[in-house]
Design a binder for this molecule. Structure first.
Ligand code: HPA
Length: 273
């Protein structure tokens, strides 16, 4: 058996010893968006630390656990805290949680993140629906011997962010009068924020927002045939577009402020998936 598959399967076996809950939708919560989990009628919680082999996040503000339960009548699993490449994990570990959710039965994955805004006219507190991404500055999560259990060797990536899910999110945003932009997300490794020249480069390449997560997770989910959607909460303008230096505190505060509207958008969308 493939080593990556074996590792995910070991984690899955630990989960199944603790709960047999079958989520249909998986949600990954980005910086400052953890409060979303309070909307879930909780059936079970499993801290990442309880799962031997699971990469445990070290970032302040990224408490690590799976929360299983219902969003009204929808069975969901929520990841409160994700694993980032900049923490020093190999990329196959960074995406292990997404593969684990696939084994749990998740068919639809909703990724969220805090990101720096690049698109003209963006401001802190805006939301951006991802239409596509640029992931060629980070290692591809599918490198290595291919686990056929998950998907094909050379998967198509021409529509990573599912069009029908995007339509639903857009209609919810309209219904609740939540302004939402759309655009291309570029993932960089971090942990340093970008230089102004790097932001100019990304802009020239067609990026509308920049962050340190999400794209590798979306590739992995797409490989397995999951439907994927993602929203960035623009926590700051990217380097050089803003007078002040960037801080993690600023990013978290902006995400905290946007959280109530964000939670509404995510919840109402999932109920319509
Ligand atoms: N750059 C990269 N990642 C980020 C940013 C940023 O400006 N803001 C929040 N996450």
């Amino acid at each position: 058996m493939n080593l990556v598959y074996e590792k995910v399967k070991r984690c899955f076996d630990v989960i199944r010893q603790k709960t047999d809950f079958q989520p249909a939708v998986g949600i990954v919560l980005g910086s400052g968006l953890g409060g979303f989990a309070d909307n879930i009628q909780v059936e079970a919680e499993i801290s990442y630390g309880e799962i031997e082999d699971f990469p445990v996040s070290t970032v302040a503000g990224h408490a690590g656990k799976f929360i299983f339960g219902y969003l009204r009548d929808k069975p969901v699993v929520c990841m409160k805290g994700r694993v980032h490449y900049y923490e020093g994990y190999v990329v196959s570990d960074v995406v292990l949680p997404v593969r684990l959710m696939y084994l749990m039965g998740v068919k639809t994955l909703f990724l969220t993140n805090a990101a720096g805004g690049i698109q003209s006219g963006m401001k802190a507190g805006d939301f951006m629906l991802l239409t596509d991404h640029i992931a060629c500055f980070v290692p591809n999560p599918l490198v290595g011997s291919n686990a056929e259990e998950f998907g094909p060797r050379f998967p198509d990536m021409s529509e990573i962010y599912d069009r029908s899910l995007r339509k639903i999110i857009e209609s919810v945003a309209e219904e609740f009068r939540i302004p939402i932009k759309e655009g291309v997300y570029a993932q960089l490794t971090g942990p340093s924020y970008e230089s102004p020249a790097e932001i100019r480069l990304l802009k020239a390449l067609g990026a509308d927002a920049v962050g340190m997560s999400t794209a590798v997770e979306a590739i992995t989910a797409n490989h397995m045939g999951m439907k994927v959607c993602a929203i960035s909460c623009i926590s700051n303008l990217a380097a050089g577009l803003n007078e002040n230096p960037l801080t993690h505190t600023e990013v978290q505060e902006a995400a905290d402020k946007a959280a109530p509207l964000f939670q509404k958008l995510v919840t109402e969308s999932i109920l319509r998936f």
